[in-house]
Design a protein around this ligand. Sequence first.
Ligand code: MN
Length: 203
Amino acid sequence: MAHVLDPLPYACDALEPVLDARTLEIHHDKHHAAYVANLNKALEAHPALAHLSLAELISDLSRVPEGIRATVRNNGGGHFAHNLYWRTMKKGGGGEPTGDLAKAIASAFGSFGDFKAKLTQAAVGQFGSGWAWLFLEDGQLRIAATPGHDCPEMNGGTSMLVVDVWEHAYYLKYQNRRADYVEAWWSLVDWGRVAEGYRTAAR
Ligand code: MN
């Protein structure tokens, strides 16, 4: 089964004015689509990997033949990270989490404000293209930035929130002002979805 590019879970202009429609359209229909196409192309000649889900594939890259490993890491990772990025934004998002996730964040990072500052710092401080994540690893909530399309899943983690800090995610509207984009991105976070991801990961 080939890997599939799901449609965006909202219209291209749904996240205006934080993320403009043109950026979302190019980001999803061109950039994300290309990662899926490249992933499928790399896997074409390797039917033994066809039964693996995307998460399974990127969680253990050692079973991917060396000749396509970097391609699968970059494009499979890109596919996985974008899926989470789209899924955890919504119009009218933002605010703060509630329930178990709120407690876990406060316990891991001190307070929601400390958590927000730390994830913002990871995102803004990532040198070059990459991502900043909230994920569970060894039973602990953690924050990390990764280069390229690397995902916590590649090191045994389970991610629940991510912000894309590739320039293609913000350049049309924010140009070089990544910090402004990240600050605005917080107003889109769908904490209900993030909490679902946390519950699944913590199980
Ligand atoms: Mn992207």
